[in-house]
Ligand binder design. Structure first.
Ligand code: SF4
Length: 722
């Protein structure tokens, strides 16, 4: 490994699931403290080989300076009465108050009257402790993560077809693919370093075909060999029609289907009716392009890259499964350069899934509905039993706070008052809750005013642990400077509250939370993976230190990490055979109509991250897109009687915001795009002095029945001159 210079620390970028390695540069200040002064790409990290995108390359700017200091939570705060200002308190007082109020509410209303809403930004060690605290100590499965808004349909898609939540591919597959099929993703903006790798692979192999299925002509779509500009939500119609073509033209691999799969006959009957002509009528893609896409897909080797366009949908699980059906039918899986590859949005959504830190999962990819799995974890944790019923998922949690059935919520490292759909309901929910704890590095988020207790947490550059990226690669995250103010590590805060809760809920019993280091937490997590599909029994912090980031599974005695899954075509189902999912096309939850004629979609900008708590303090990251806007087709702007830059009301059935309009060639007539990042801070100046809460004032909380992921990618709106 490249030797480090004095003051340098190896770590991992905290922004997206590509998981790039960084070298953090620090200098000693006059007062003897360490300050982060620079960041460069780690040339030895296999995710990025030294490259960084604009966000990663400015990480140091987000961790220093006056503006940054104004945003950080520096010390614990508390209020007793709503309407009061929170006052500064000691850590002891804060921890005792949180534990006391949670114990009191559990005693009065039962374990399921409290919930924890955590984050894909947390490190695996943080996630593990919170999950154990909820399920093993509080006795509730009411712990969910903002990963529910991001990846849960990808999880369901994998489990429905391949039997386990395990992305089978590696970034290296880009170098061996003949066709890359990108669906509902814009990696040029959202996963830039992976996209650079795709550009390199295309330069090395000019015959490579890139297909992008996306309603918008994004940068990724503009670069594609073939852009399929599908109508929002019609992915399954497209995928089924592609399978129809494969069947019609004899492009399916019958020997693979027979030897390694189940359920093809039923699916074949379903897709028989989805001719390219019918699909074209539904999704708006020319028939010939559907036929071309099917032929290229079947020829391969074909790698699919997909993200929120499939996941954030009321039929997201079915969309994921329908795409994986194409891989199984054409045997584009279990070989180099091929397979269905879900791109992770957040830096550690994968790690959260591994520890089971969600309402519907258990540690080590175990099933919350399986008594045997629950017993196994109860034994490993040293508790009598785990709660049997699935907990409340993200949308359900806020619905339950709003109707009063959930009394208290502990929010960690996330900002639901901006990022959850249907903001007016979420804000009512936070107001109605009896007790709201916010644990975050930032004190200026939209959620902060709702908090009765604010617990200041460390963040990137200050904390130690691990993350797992999209290709199952576990990387170390390392501290380069001391915590800001009185901030403490998330796992440590969870342990400190847990020990106080134990004194009240299970007195005189040995503690379940005797960890002193993140490594001790990680070692316990490792024990829960033994014998599972994600077995990391052969890994240790020491091995990660010596040999760098590694892909799971990595069982004890293994010669090394596992680059690709299913090379033997044995899948993670009980009998080793993959399952075709016989799913049907479902239209979007909220169709456009005469009153709400525009199809609103949401997404990321190139240089911003989520609610901008971190990127919003870095001036140069605004040069790409300096202010909020709604992107529309030029013809729509004209038809609405607006000029470029004029203000317009955007109104859905749930709320309204005002934004300037911007014409964009990426947009088809009838479509509108608003980036997810802009919140209250950037949406000032609303008519009547109103505060606007970002695009999620407009989005719907309708969710997928399997994954429970809400349809953030589509809402019907009307647009009128402001
Ligand atoms: Fe960070 Fe993602 Fe950019 Fe890599 S691609 S530097 S992980 S934001």
């Amino acid at each position: 490994m490249t030797p480090l210079r004095p003051g340098e620390v190896r770590s991992t970028c905290c922004y997206c699931g590509v998981g790039c390695g960084v070298i953090v540069e620090t200098q000693e200040t006059a007062r003897g403290a360490r300050e982060i002064t620079g960041v460069r790409g780690d040339p030895d990290h296999p995710a990025n080989f030294g490259r960084l995108c604009s966000k990663g390359a400015s990480l140091h700017l987000s961790a220093t300076g006056h503006r940054y200091e104004q945003t950080r939570a520096a010390h614990p705060e508390m209020r007793i009465e709503r309407g009061e200002q929170r006052r500064r308190i000691s850590w002891d007082e804060a921890l005792a108050h949180v534990a006391g109020r949670f114990a009191e509410i559990v005693r009065k209303h039962g374990s399921d009257s409290v919930g924890l809403y955590i984050s894909g930004q947390l490190l695996t060690e943080d996630y593990y402790v919170f999950n154990k605290l909820a399920k093993g100590l509080l006795g509730t499965n009411n712990i969910d993560s903002n990963s529910r808004l991001c990846m849960s349909s990808a999880v369901s898609g994998y489990k429905l077809t391949l039997g386990a939540d395990a992305p089978p591919c590696s970034y290296d597959d880009l170098d061996h693919a003949g066709t890359v099929f990108i669906a509902g993703a814009n990696p040029a903006f959202a996963h830039p370093i992976l996209y650079r790798r795709l550009e390199d692979a295309r330069a090395a192999n000019p015959a490579m075909r890139v297909i992008v299925a996306d309603p918008r002509r994004t940068d990724s779509a503009s670069d594609a060999t073939l852009h399929l500009p599908i109508a929002p939500g019609t992915d399954i119609a497209l995928f089924h029609a592609m399978l129809h073509v494969m069947l019609w033209e004899g492009l399916v691999d019958r020997s693979f289907i027979e030897a390694h799969t189940e359920g093809f006959d039923a699916l074949r009957d379903t897709v028989r009716d989805m001719t390219p002509a019918i699909a074209s009528g539904l999704c708006g893609v020319p028939t010939d392009d559907i036929v071309t896409a099917a032929r290229w897909f079947a020829t391969g080797p074909t790698l699919s890259l997909y993200c929120q366009g499939l996941n954030q949908s009321a039929s997201g699980s079915a969309k994921n499964a329908a795409l994986i059906n194409l891989h199984l039918a054409s045997a584009q899986i279990g070989k180099r350069g091929a397979g269905p590859f879900s791109l992770t949005g957040q830096p550690n959504a994968m790690g959260g899934r591994e520890v089971g830190g969600m309402a519907t999962m258990l540690s080590g990819h175990r099933d919350i509905n399986s008594a045997a799995d629950r017993d196994e974890i109860a034994r490993l944790w040293g508790v009598d039993a785990l709660p049997a019923t699935a907990g409340k998922t993200a949308v359900e949690m806020f619905d339950s706070l709003a109707d009063g059935s959930l009394k208290a919520v502990w929010i960690v490292c996330t900002n639901p008052a901006q990022s959850m759909p249907n903001q007016s309901l979420v804000r009512q929910a936070l107001k109605r809750a009896e007790f709201v704890v916010l644990q975050d590095a930032y004190a200026n988020t939209a959620t902060a005013p709702f908090a009765d207790v604010l617990l200041p947490a460390t963040t990137w550059g200050e904390k130690e642990g691990t993350v797992t990226n999209s290709e199952r690669r576990i990387s170390r995250v390392r501290a380069a400077r001391a915590p800001y103010g009185e901030a403490r590590d998330d796992w440590r805060i969870a342990v400190d509250v847990a020990r106080r809760l134990e004194a009240q809920l299970r007195p005189a019993q040995p503690s379940l939370f005797s960890y002193r280091t993140p490594e001790a937490v990680w070692n316990e997590h490792r024990a829960t993976t033994i014998g599972r599909d994600l077995d990391i029994g052969g890994l240790s912090y020491a091995l990660l230190e010596a040999q760098g980031p590694q892909q799971w599974p990595y069982p004890a005695g293994a010669a090394g990490a596992t680059e690709r899954l299913y090379l033997d075509h044995r899948f993670a189902t009980r009998d080793g055979r993959a399952r075709f999912a016989n799913v049907s096309y479902q239209p979007v939850a909220e169709a456009v109509d005469a009153r709400h004629p525009f199809a609103l979609t949401t997404g990321r900008l190139r240089d911003q991250w989520h609610g901008m708590s971190r990127t919003g303090t870095v001036e140069k990251l605004f040069s790409h897109m300096p202010e909020p806007c709604v992107e529309l087709n030029a013809r729509d702007i004209e038809r609405l009687g607006l000029d470029e830059g004029a203000l317009a009301h955007l109104t859905s059935r749930r709320g309204s915001i005002v934004m300037p309009v911007k014409s964009s060639e990426a947009m088809q007539p009838g479509q509108a795009f608003v980036a997810m990042h802009w919140g209250e801070e950037f949406l000032g100046g609303q008519p009547g002095g109103r505060v606007a809460h970002g695009v999620n004032s407009l989005t719907t909380g309708v969710y997928d029945p399997v994954s429970r992921q809400p349809e953030l990618k589509h809402a019907a709106i009307r647009i009128m001159k402001a």
